[in-house]
Design a protein around this ligand. Structure first.
Ligand code: NDP
Length: 320
């Protein structure tokens, strides 16, 4: 039979929430394991310059910030593994976390699995993914140097990513379904005033066309209903995120499942506890009003503290 490995605290997701929690937990003496399926840092990896994190001034690149978080957590003894978690189950007081490399057991688990990009759901989007359709400007932008690109969305991500692309090409068009941006004023103003960025408000994409690669978008004007063909080489879609809650399917405690809100985000108390004892949640997958690196880090720190208290109570060592 496959050997099971035991930890105090297992963290699923190595973004800002997960790595901060790992740092706090390991530093407080908990045997801590982080599973991250891609690069440590999560979405922070895609940040061009992290300019709204206190004391990081001048700003750090997202990739540098991510590497620092990873190294800091490791320096206190946290173990970080690059594995996809396949299932999460609770039996008695223990959680079992299964990956392709085996099963790990712990009394406390943090779900810091983040969110994945929302899709437009229009014809051509899936067909041209990786052939002109992208959800990450930092990853794919350099392929579109001096080419025509469209950015879809009106939030912080759309404006920030359009600015990133505007350093690579003079031909960036933001296409937004409303007549004003939802993004913070500073980002919105920078995008609106950038010489390489034009904006089409009140427009939606109804189809993506091309041959071997993307060649055009069909746009519909929401006021007139008129349709136009808009030639592009690439389209970057930033229309929000879907919380990654799929691992909750296997979690029940005495018939009770973890609570989620109407938008699909996990509901916690202020100590990051979910409705399943021992299961904590932090970062973008949690129901909350502000999704930022700093709020993810805050969630992670609180979750580690709460998990530590929970484990001590479970083991009969209460000293508070
Ligand atoms: P948001 O949910 O903030 O914005 C999504 C945008 O996409 C909205 O403008 C929305 O339009 C539009 N949209 C949604 N669905 C569709 C659709 N089907 N078709 C066309 N347009 C659509 O998502 P973001 O990814 O921008 O940001 C997520 C979170 O991360 C936010 O909390 C944001 O503040 C944060 N963030 C912060 C950054 C920073 O501080 N520098 C950088 C990046 C993200 P509408 O406005 O009409 O609803």
């Amino acid at each position: 039979m496959e050997q099971q490995q035991h930890y105090d605290y297992i963290i699923i997701g190595g973004g800002a929430a997960g790595l901060t929690s790992a740092l706090y937990a390991a530093r407080s003496g908990l045997k801590t394991l982080v599973f991250e399926e891609a690069l440590a840092g999560g979405q922070a990896q895609n940040i061009l310059e992290l300019e709204n994190y206190p004391a990081l001034f001048p700003p750090l690149k997202g990739s540098e910030f991510s590497a620092q978080m990873e190294n800091q957590a490791k320096s206190f003894g946290a173990e970080i593994r690059q594995n996809t978690v396949q299932s999460l189950k609770k039996t008695g007081d223990d959680f079992s976390v299964t990956t392709g490399a085996g099963v790990c057991i712990a009394p406390a688990v943090l779900l810091a699995s983040g969110a994945s990009p929302r899709h437009l759901g229009v014809p051509g989007e899936t067909e041209f993914a990786g052939r002109g359709v992208s959800y990450c400007a930092t990853c794919d932008g350099p392929f579109f140097r001096k080419k025509r690109v469209a950015v879809i969305g009106g939030g912080n991500s759309a404006c920030d990513e359009a600015l990133y692309l505007a350093a690579l090409t003079e031909n960036v068009t933001i296409i937004h379904r409303k007549n004003s941006f939802r993004a913070a004023k500073s980002s919105a103003d920078r995008a609106l005033n950038h010489p390489n960025i034009t904006v089409q408000f009140d427009a939606i994409v109804t189809a993506i066309q091309g041959g071997a690669k993307v060649e055009s978008l069909t746009l519909e004007n929401r006021k007139t209903g008129g349709k136009t063909l808009f030639p592009v080489d690439g389209v970057f879609i930033f229309i929000g995120q879907n919380p990654r809650t799929e691992l909750l399917a296997g979690i029940h405690d005495r018939g009770r499942a973890a609570e989620i809100d109407n938008a699909g985000y996990i509901v916690t108390g202020e100590n990051m506890e979910t409705s399943v004892p021992g299961l904590y949640c932090a970062g973008d997958v949690r129901a909350k009003s502000l999704r930022q690196v700093i709020t993810a880090a805050s969630d992670g720190a609180i979750a580690a503290h709460s998990a530590g208290n929970y484990i001590r109570e479970l083991r009969g060592h209460v000293y508070r």
